[in-house]
Design a protein around this ligand. Sequence first.
Ligand code: DX5
Ligand code: ZN
Length: 213
Amino acid sequence: MLIAPSILSADFGNLSRDVNAICEAGCDLVHVDVMDGHFVPNLTIGPVVVSAVAKVATKPLDIHLMVENNSFFVDLFTPFNPKYISFHIEEEKHPHRLIQKIRGLEISPAVVLNPHTPPEAIEYLIEDLDMVLLMSVNPGFGGQKFISSVVEKAKKLKALIEKKNPNCLIQVDGGVNDSNIQELKDAGVDVVVAGSFVFNHPDGYKKAIESIK
Ligand code: DX5
Ligand code: ZN
């Protein structure tokens, strides 16, 4: 299981220290939640802060866009050389076009599905994707309760992926912890995002990451 800690739960007064620490503690990706106050009712970080994160991160960046006007934000974050950029299918009129654009920038394209969006909505995009992110909370905030219907959805998505593009990864984001990780693994999930579980773990980041792995 790969783990991408969400820096939304980091201490923003000590962001470079925290980014460095999760990388040292053995995470696989650094998950960056970009919210614009329109697509979701919260506002987070832009290129000024992500530029600082990119300088200290020793693991690849995984940028999760929760915004209107995805293409504009893809352009904003491309200079920081992220491994993945994911965008919400609910907010994109031309997902196939945007996937081609992201791949053309030598970034791995991923799409995100809100809790209500069925996996069939992206059936005809899977062959062009490197990852599908299933939200297991409503996007906008860290520290929310895991929506367990995502497990069934991951199984359905896994079946589609096996048919269309077995190399495409499944990522789950929101409310992930050491009590739901096994059922996610059994459902075929490859990567989990964990914010509050990692950053608030009483025994530190390393123990938190090890317990997920
Ligand atoms: C929610 C974000 C998540 C969130 C995860 O909109 O996409 O990445 O920060 O935080 P936890 O693990 O605390 O649910
Ligand atoms: Zn996220």
